[in-house]
Design a protein around this ligand. Structure first.
Ligand SMILES: Cc1cc2nc3c(=O)[nH]c(=O)nc-3n(C[C@H](O)[C@H](O)[C@H](O)COP(=O)(O)O)c2cc1C
Length: 356
């Protein structure tokens, strides 16, 4: 399949970033992009994590598909799994525009969307249109900005979507909803985890299957925060952690005009810092909690570095803005070659090897 993205990129990037994104979602929904990647997966990439069987370990990160509208196209791009959301109980318009910035010279993105989404009812409706035989899908749930009980919002998301999603992500690390990241502190997290796990217990008591629940954390955490989160993850039945969301820091190296816009920074400059935090979380959890490594992945080598640092799966978003959908198959090909060159029979064999 010829990759047309390099040809259309100047046109796409001539649009303001949010318009370009909305046009991409429309094109994907209409199937205009056709079969972009290969759905054939190299067997070395197959992996089982939290009881799910992934055809490859490279997933679409949350935020690209806020309303669960392009899950099938994401699988067709070659992703081994797709995460949609963040979805909040009530529809929400998000922050004022502009709220999405391309930092082209840095191969980075800044966003301050603030959970713009169509709400749980719409999201649920979208999931009900999916065929039973589909790729792995995760629902990323959040809280409304004006909510009086944010924890109750996460519980509502899990209750309403239970049985429709292969796993859940509890997103407590967006920098664009004031106060949200305070849920990462120990007491708040224990309360949140307790209530979320009670919701699952309730579903299972009524006969539903076990659905994995993951917590997505920020890259801007101190050592004490990491220790606390690791303690909560290890002492509860939480199934994994996603490391990480966007950063509120601004590395010195940034060159682009919009580098000081408020919001979360993602893409290439996040690769180093998010991999360091991943490594610290792997150590703090003694490798006992499955981790999804996210932040700055734009090549097979980047993905491989996350596995070696302790990730069992990876996700990406920002690199798609610069490299287009053909990137997914390329990363999978490069990753398979790197694993084989180092004599690994599977992704699982490479997890955390740089830590031992
Ligand atoms: C435009 C944009 C919107 C995002 N929205 C969400 C979101 O709604 N929920 C979430 O958990 N993460 C969101 N993220 C964070 C990504 O899922 C990911 O954690 C982060 O961008 C780092 O990965 P990357 O460098 O590959 O983009 C968003 C990222 C971007 C660039």
């Amino acid at each position: 399949m010829i990759d047309l993205f390099p040809l259309v990129r100047p046109l796409v990037h001539a649009l303001d970033p949010e318009t370009a994104h909305n046009a991409t979602i429309k094109a994907l929904r209409l199937g205009l992009t056709g079969k972009i990647g290969a759905e054939k997966h190299d067997p070395v990439l197959r992996c089982e994590v939290f009881g799910l069987d992934f055809p490859n370990p490279v997933g679409l990160a949350a935020g690209f598909d806020k309303n669960a509208e392009v899950i099938r196209p994401a699988h067709k791009m070659g992703f081994g799994f797709a995460e949609a959301g963040t979805v909040t109980p009530k529809p929400q318009v998000g922050n004022d525009k502009p709220r999405l910035f391309r930092l082209t010279a840095d191969r980075a993105v800044i966003n301050r969307f603030g959970f713009n989404n169509r709400g749980l009812d719409y999201f649920e409706g979208r999931l009900r249109t999916l065929p039973a035989a589909r790729g792995i899908f995760g629902a990323n749930v959040g809280a409304n900005k004006d909510s009086e009980d944010r924890t109750a919002d996460y519980v509502s998301g899990i209750n309403q979507l239970y049985g429709l999603s292969d796993y859940f992500t509890v997103n407590i690390s967006s920098p664009n909803t004031p106060g949200l990241r305070a849920l990462q502190s120990k007491a708040a997290l224990e309360d949140l985890v307790g209530r979320v796990l009670d919701a699952r217990q309730g579903k299972m008591a009524a006969g539903a299957a076990h659905v994995p629940i993951l917590i997505k954390i920020a890259p801007d955490l101190l050592d004490d925060d990491i220790r606390d989160i690791a303690d909560v993850a290890r002492s509860s039945t939480i199934d994994g952690l996603i490391v990480s969301n966007t950063t509120i820091t601004r590395p010195e190296s940034l060159k682009s005009r919009d580098k000081d816009e408020a919001g979360g920074l993602s893409g290439a400059p996040l690769m180093g810092p998010s991999t360091e935090i991943l490594s610290a979380v792997y150590k703090a959890t003694d490798g006992q909690v499955p981790l999804i490594g996210v932040g700055g992945i734009a090549s097979g080598a980047d993905a491989y570095a996350k596995f070696r640092a302790g990730a069992s799966l990876v996700q990406l978003y920002s690199a798609l803005v610069y490299d287009g959908p053909g990137l997914v198959s390329k990363i999978n090909r490069e990753l398979a070659a790197l694993l084989k060159a180092d004599g690994f029979a599977s992704v699982a064999d490479a997890v955390g090897v740089d830590q031992h």
